[in-house]
Design a protein around this ligand. Sequence first.
Ligand SMILES: *[C@@H]1O[C@H](CO)[C@@H](O)[C@H](O)[C@H]1NC(C)=O
Ligand SMILES: *[C@@H]1O[C@H](CO)[C@@H](O)[C@H](O)[C@H]1NC(C)=O
Ligand SMILES: *[C@@H]1O[C@H](CO)[C@@H](O)[C@H](O)[C@H]1NC(C)=O
Ligand SMILES: *[C@@H]1O[C@H](CO)[C@@H](O)[C@H](O)[C@H]1NC(C)=O
Ligand SMILES: *[C@@H]1O[C@H](CO)[C@@H](O)[C@H](O)[C@H]1NC(C)=O
Ligand SMILES: *[C@@H]1O[C@H](CO)[C@@H](O)[C@H](O)[C@H]1NC(C)=O
Ligand SMILES: *[C@@H]1O[C@H](CO)[C@@H](O)[C@H](O)[C@H]1NC(C)=O
Ligand SMILES: *[C@@H]1O[C@H](CO)[C@@H](O)[C@H](O)[C@H]1NC(C)=O
Ligand SMILES: *[C@@H]1O[C@H](CO)[C@@H](O)[C@H](O)[C@H]1NC(C)=O
Ligand SMILES: *[C@@H]1O[C@H](CO)[C@@H](O)[C@H](O)[C@H]1NC(C)=O
Ligand SMILES: *[C@@H]1O[C@H](CO)[C@@H](O)[C@H](O)[C@H]1NC(C)=O
Ligand SMILES: *[C@@H]1O[C@H](CO)[C@@H](O)[C@H](O)[C@H]1NC(C)=O
Length: 622
Amino acid sequence: MKLQDLVPFLCIFFTITTAQTTIQPGTTLSASNPNQTWSSPNNTFYVGFSQVDSSSSYTLTINYNGGVPIWRAGNSTTTVDSEGSFQFLSSGNLRLLNGSGATVWESNTAGRGVTTASLYEFGNLVLKNGTSPVWSSFDNPSDTIVPNQTLRVDQVLRSGSYSFRFLSSGNLTLKWNDSIEYWNQGNASINANLSSPTLGVQPTGILSIFSAAFTSGPHVVAYSNDYGDVGTRLRFLKLDEDGNFKMYGTDMGSKTPAIVWSALTDQCEVFGYCGNMGICSYNESSSSPICDCPSENFEPVDVNDSRQGCKRKAEIDSCAGNTTMLEIDNAKFLTYEPELSSQIFYMGISACRSNCLSQGSACIASTSLSDGTGQCYAKPPGFISGYQNPALPSTSYVKVCAPALPNPPPGVLTVEKSRSGRFGFWVVCVAVVITLLALIALESGLWWWCCRNSPKFDSLSAQYALLEYASGAPVQFSYKELQRSTKEFKEKLGAGGFGAVYKGVLANKEVVAVKQLEGIEQGEKQFRMEEQPSQRPMMGKVVQMLEGIAEIERPPAPKAITESSTSGTSIMSSNVSALSTFAASAPAPSSSSSFQTMGVSPSASGRNIERASSSLLHSDPN
Ligand SMILES: *[C@@H]1O[C@H](CO)[C@@H](O)[C@H](O)[C@H]1NC(C)=O
Ligand SMILES: *[C@@H]1O[C@H](CO)[C@@H](O)[C@H](O)[C@H]1NC(C)=O
Ligand SMILES: *[C@@H]1O[C@H](CO)[C@@H](O)[C@H](O)[C@H]1NC(C)=O
Ligand SMILES: *[C@@H]1O[C@H](CO)[C@@H](O)[C@H](O)[C@H]1NC(C)=O
Ligand SMILES: *[C@@H]1O[C@H](CO)[C@@H](O)[C@H](O)[C@H]1NC(C)=O
Ligand SMILES: *[C@@H]1O[C@H](CO)[C@@H](O)[C@H](O)[C@H]1NC(C)=O
Ligand SMILES: *[C@@H]1O[C@H](CO)[C@@H](O)[C@H](O)[C@H]1NC(C)=O
Ligand SMILES: *[C@@H]1O[C@H](CO)[C@@H](O)[C@H](O)[C@H]1NC(C)=O
Ligand SMILES: *[C@@H]1O[C@H](CO)[C@@H](O)[C@H](O)[C@H]1NC(C)=O
Ligand SMILES: *[C@@H]1O[C@H](CO)[C@@H](O)[C@H](O)[C@H]1NC(C)=O
Ligand SMILES: *[C@@H]1O[C@H](CO)[C@@H](O)[C@H](O)[C@H]1NC(C)=O
Ligand SMILES: *[C@@H]1O[C@H](CO)[C@@H](O)[C@H](O)[C@H]1NC(C)=O
């Protein structure tokens, strides 16, 4: 039931005067009824339950119209079941209860004179003692900052193990586990103690530092890629669960905000993104990073969530004295302050490996940066976060129980990969093998037929040539074979710089040009019809052609040959064939001369000759 239904007069009164909706003590929202919400006067924002993915868990959030959350009660683990409820008690406390009646979150404002709760048009939920605010969602941010809301230096945004802070120096920082600082960005020109600076996003999409010290307006930290247009577009800052600090842009009514700026451009540099011992990397087929284990000495903690990290199959304590260093190329173990100073050593790559190996349990991994600094990180036992990228010059080592079992090279599926992936892989393998076997059987059958039935050879050979032609491979003819298959290419069409050109007719009535080629070894002939592979018939079609099901396709007329005479031109324009057989030095072909039926592009001939010599047909029935 909507609040407005309960207190319509009050709502209208406040809507008109102060652009806020007032919620009276005793009002309750139920997780089971998604229609129950507390909306701001113009429905720009609303308070309500949202379902977590498609599970039976719900969170209590303030949302931008459309459902994009900008605040949540509690942290990312604070959820209730469908019997949960959100109550504004007459004591002045706001409380989130789960189905069993246990309090999972509260505002702790009981007994502070709170009489009303109000949701403002710009997204702030405020508890007031008559006139003064006692508690507000803007003052108790979860992971998001919207325009009109600012972050002070004593406030923290949190998401899982990650936290974002704004320092009095004007720097912005990101930390993991409140300890490892993996991002710190400042500007030397304002790196000083500012008087009560705040961080916020301007409605136009500009991340800014506000301070009375800046006389010429806010200091710009970053522009979003969509900055400028306001309209009903909401820009907000969010510390994402992936540990990156981002700005999003979303239109009213939309459920899918777009990333318009992010603090770290390389997600893999976020400490712990892939969990303990996880290795972060990228591949072509996915835009977000992928998480893997360092080697097959490890297994995922949770096979369904690769970001949970990896664990050793055999602990190194269990194999003392028989450990080795597993090598991972183009990889580093992330090392940030405050670890940086204590874990840096200056040594070469082999010392970086062997020192860690000889240190017993004090060192479990090392990275030789190999970036010119001469630095080596020696990692003591604890949380380790890896990053592998072909662009990284570094080499890393992990101590494992012998023997080291490196991951298979990329593209080869590992044991950790999903079964469906393996299944798909085997289906492809079987399909390839069957196809190969079918082709071999077809070719053997054809050859057997040829040899047994030699009078048929010439026409078959032409068809066989088509088969090879379709596959793009060069095809050879014996002179006799060519003679027969082209009805003896008796008719001399003309002569050009390359010698005489004869007209031949294939069994399928296709007209071809025949030209003897110079400098070809005896008996070696080649046959090619078209330059563009796309103009070759598909394999299946060729088989149909051989079986007489489909009509033999004719490749389109090729480009004119520059060196050929008018007769050459007439051949090309004569309806039919791109087949041209170049004959050369010996004007009268003999059974031992060599012939090639070639594509007309002269530049391709050298290549084709080369190909011919490596793909001779060995069986010549004549
Ligand atoms: C609410 O919407 C009306 C009509 O569109 C507009 O005149 C008014 O300024 C809006 N109020 C606020 C607080 O945005
Ligand atoms: C919520 O509202 C929609 C449309 O107004 C309605 O179809 C649906 O039954 C309502 N759900 C509940 C639980 O009241
Ligand atoms: C409610 O929360 C309590 C304490 O957090 C927990 O023990 C209980 O299992 C929860 N009940 C439900 C139904 O989620
Ligand atoms: C509300 O709180 C403010 C600050 O705590 C206090 O000064 C004021 O007297 C309170 N008002 C009421 C009506 O209690
Ligand atoms: C919110 O922003 C509006 C205009 O953008 C401004 O008038 C108002 O004072 C701001 N409110 C607060 C609490 O900052
Ligand atoms: C979430 O909040 C609860 C209660 O305040 C706290 O016990 C828990 O550690 C928090 N979880 C995270 C991941 O911060
Ligand atoms: C996080 O930090 C706390 C205290 O600084 C430490 O005890 C804990 O071991 C750390 N967690 C991990 C996973 O390293
Ligand atoms: C702030 O950032 C600058 C440059 O990024 C850096 O040199 C400085 O040490 C940082 N200051 C603090 C207090 O983190
Ligand atoms: C640092 O701040 C000054 C003054 O706002 C600005 O002119 C300069 O471009 C900023 N430098 C960087 C690297 O952002
Ligand atoms: C800022 O103030 C703190 C405490 O007042 C002081 O320790 C620090 O040195 C100051 N930093 C600068 C850059 O003035
Ligand atoms: C070390 O482990 C390997 C593999 O398990 C084994 O073959 C080898 O014998 C072991 N060596 C020693 C000294 O234990
Ligand atoms: C890229 O990553 C996706 C998702 O993990 C995976 O399915 C795919 O096999 C990977 N591709 C390569 C070439 O490794």
